[in-house]
Design a protein around this ligand. Sequence first.
Ligand code: ZN
Length: 283
Amino acid sequence: MRKLFIDIGGTHLRSELIDETESFSEICSSKEVPLMAYVEEKLARYDDIGFVGIAYAGQVHEGVILSAPNIAVDEPQIKKTVAERYGVRLEIDNDLNCALLAEANEWNVQNMAALYVGTGIGAAVMEKGKVIRGSRNLAFEIGHIPYRQTPFTCGCGRNNCIELFASGSGIAKQLYPYNENRRIDLSMLSRSQIENERRVAEEFETALVHAAGTLVTLANPELIVLGGGIIEHNPYLLERLREKIASYALGASLERLRIERSRLENAPLSGAKLLEKEETWNH
Ligand SMILES: [Zn+2]
């Protein structure tokens, strides 16, 4: 039996097709290939696929895609449709929840949080080995806590989210409105001759510590794992966060806290592989 695992974001769709002996990886543009069409193409080509696990950069609840600010949705009822048409079990979860599953496995910690900063900023929290989901699987959407008014619009439609400061898309909106795909080097920005660039870099750091401190105060994790593209390309942020977090979180909740950087190459995809074993919360 083969298994298909997918990590889909606003730019890329990464997949792995695995059987007992082999594994094939593929990457394509998620703007060109819609998710359902991709899954159906694979199911038609390989009739022995028995499980599909998907890490999704959007809001997902009970196998239904609720919203996706950066991905075109060709079939919201993807789990039900695949079960009906092909008789195949498909599990889909938010990519941050998937990353958290993979990080918990990697660090072997049961009370922890994942804080990922890439295009957006997102968090997921686990208590006693269970992901805290809320009533519609939307718990700990830290990127959308109100922070400060801006002239820009967040993916969620409001203009005061912390994501507009502490994320790649936020920096891009403030600095590169016509070229959002630039790789962001924060240490370079913070040394820039242009005052606006230095300001944006400084505000990014403050907003990031604010988000991390809020997460610690609300969720009281034992470990926070930082990940995502912006953290990967700016590894010094780990030290900066360790230095500054005391001013942004409740003292008592910092006592046993560790902050680390992700060691995984693609945590959401690794987490998609764990969805098959995840408690069947959405059945
Ligand atoms: Zn928002």
